[in-house]
Every structure is written in structure tokens, then in C-alpha cells.
Ligand binder design. Structure first.
Ligand code: SF4
Length: 296
């Protein structure tokens, strides 16, 4: 899937952050990571290089229709919670969806209009099931946490208060219905739990995927063990990123330090236009091809 924008620390280029070496007697420098940054490297080190190391970054490919749908739904739900309580109605959600709508990536205006109506239906049904007085603790809230080797950060769609605990809510708009296994296995959701615990200093274990097209919720209750497993995997990826970056800085051919991992994902990779390996691996996908199969 298209990658998130690169992260940076003020005054320091991303490549420099990643290439810092630990000095004797000094505290270990933490690797600044977001879930999308780690996922990008895990999917394809070459794609990580294009997104986070090469400057200027190579141009990205075209926008995707399914991302336009997701962005509009997320923005509309954030705006809906920003309304005064009395105006948080299903009709207002529909209007907000319209105002945030983009036609980028759709085949034509007819397809975009049809999907706008479909997404408006999802969001109308979804907010009809919400209590508008049940104020979230946060929407699109940035949180951060540190582990032994990582400075993790991320932005959470919604944080709910349920009794004494905070719950992570992540909106999904893809065609596949979310599952409890997906909630359990998501590195991003695990990072959000750590971030909420650290940033808001409140108990938090439960993560939920709210799939708007089906109106279903998938969930998982994290344990210390499940979180530790996620941290270990994230730190392993970060160590691989550090090794690749150090090799490149020591003179290794960047194509060797950050090898391509061609596969089906090359069909929708943002950096396909700059990647001969990906172009040879698989044909490009049409930018509306991730919409539901029942799309006419
Ligand atoms: S096109 Fe494929 S091989 Fe090239 S950067 Fe993207 S995912 Fe990696």
C-alpha cells in the first residue's frame, strides 16, 4: 500500500537519525520509528530507502481510489466529533463526508459519485450507532512511547473511555472484513497501546478495528506478553534498518544495502515508477482496482 510520509526529527535528516552510532558511556540512541516506517522496511527494504533515505525522494505514483475513500471517511469522522454535541447527527456525518470527498484515483466521475454515495451510507449507519454524548478521549491523537531501542510514535483514529480503561479504535474501510486475528497481529495497534499507556498514563489493553462497510468490530485484549512480542519484532526490524543504513553510509551500493523484495505489492507500490525491479516483477494495478469486487 502507499507509504506514509517520512518521519523526521527537527534539524536532522531521517538517514542521519538512523545512522547514529552508540558511543561508549553515552545512553543508547533510540531509533525513531512509526508503525508505517517499520512496515515499509519489512515489506521491501528498497521501498524504505525510496521513502525514508534517498533525498530528494523519488516521485510517487498516482493516487489510489481506495485511499481517497479511506481519507474522506477518516476526516469526516474526526470532524463529526469536533461538532457541538447537538449537531452530531447522521445527516451531519453525510455532509462532512461530502465536504472531505476527493475524486483522486477513480476511473471516472461516475465511479467516484457511486463510491461517494456508498461511503456516505457507511458513515451514516456507523454514527447512527454511536452515542454523540460519549466524548472520545482523543481523535487523531498523537502518542509516543519508548522501548529499550525504539522511540515509537503514531496517530490514533480514536481513543474511547470504557470504564477505567482506554480503548484504541481504528477505522477500516477496505473491502476485507476485519478479524480478531488482524487486531491481535497489528503492529500499529500494539504500538498505540504502548503509546497511550505512556502518553496518557492510563490503563489500556483493548484494540478494536471498526470496519465501516460491514458495520462489524474486531477486537483483541493485549497482554504484557503479546505487547512484548510486538516490541521484539519491531526492534528486530529497526536493527535491520540500522544495519542497512550503516552499510550504505560505509560505502555499500545502496541497491545492495536496501535490496528490492519484488512481489505482488509491486503492482501498487508508490515507488514503482522509479523501480525497474518492481516494474519487471508484476503488471501495474489500476488505481481503482482495490475498490470492492462488486464495483461495476
Ligand atoms: S516496486 Fe516492488 S521492489 Fe520496487 S520498491 Fe516497490 S515494493 Fe519494492
Amino acid at each position: 500500500m502507499p507509504s506514509a510520509p517520512p518521519d523526521s526529527v527537527a534539524g536532522m535528516a531521517p538517514r542521519q537519525q538512523d545512522a547514529q552510532l552508540d558511543l561508549p558511556g553515552m545512553p543508547r540512541r533510540l531509533f525513531a520509528a512509526t508503525p508505517s516506517k517499520l512496515a515499509t522496511f519489512a515489506d521491501c527494504p528498497r521501498r524504505y530507502r525510496y521513502a525514508y533515505v534517498d533525498r530528494p525522494a523519488p516521485p510517487r505514483g498516482p493516487a489510489w481510489a481506495h485511499n481517497s475513500v479511506g481519507a474522506a471517511v477518516h476526516a469526516a469522522l474526526r470532524s463529526w466529533w469536533e461538532l457541538p454535541v447537538g449537531r452530531r447527527t447522521p445527516g451531519a456525518a453525510r455532509q462532512l463526508l461530502y465536504s472531505h470527498w476527493s475524486t483522486a484515483g477513480f476511473r471516472d466521475a461516475e465511479q467516484a459519485d457511486r463510491w461517494r454515495a456508498r461511503a456516505a451510507g457507511w458513515i451514516t449507519d456507523y454514527v447512527a450507532g454511536l452515542d454523540p454524548t460519549d466524548e472520545p478521549v482523543g481523535t487523531e491523537r498523537q502518542v509516543a512511547a519508548t522501548t529499550e531501542r525504539l522511540a515509537l510514535s503514531g496517530r490514533i483514529d480514536r481513543i474511547d473511555q470504557r470504564g477505567d480503561e482506554l480503548v484504541i479504535v481504528d477505522y477500516k474501510t477496505g473491502r476485507a472484513v476485519s478479524t480478531d486475528d488482524e487486531a491481535r497481529g497489528s503492529p500499529a495497534l500494539a504500538a498505540y497501546v504502548l503509546g497511550v499507556r505512556r502518553t496518557l498514563r492510563r490503563p489500556c489493553s483493548r484494540v478494536e478495528l471498526h470496519h465501516l462497510p460491514s458495520g462489524t468490530v474486531a477486537a483483541f485484549e493485549h497482554t504484557e506478553r503479546s505487547l512484548a512480542n510486538h516490541v521484539r519484532r519491531a526492534e528486530d526490524v529497526a536493527a535491520d534498518i540500522g544495519a542497512a543504513t550503516a552499510a550504505r553510509d560505509a560505502g555499500e551500493d545502496p541497491d545492495v544495502a536496501f535490496p528490492a523484495a519484488p512481489g505482488r505489492q509491486c503492482g501498487w507500490c508508490d515507488f514503482r515508477p522509479s523501480c525497474p525491479t518492481g516494474q519487471a516483477a508484476t503488471p501495474p494495478r489500476e488505481t481503482w482496482s482495490f475498490l470492492a469486487e462488486d464495483d461495476g
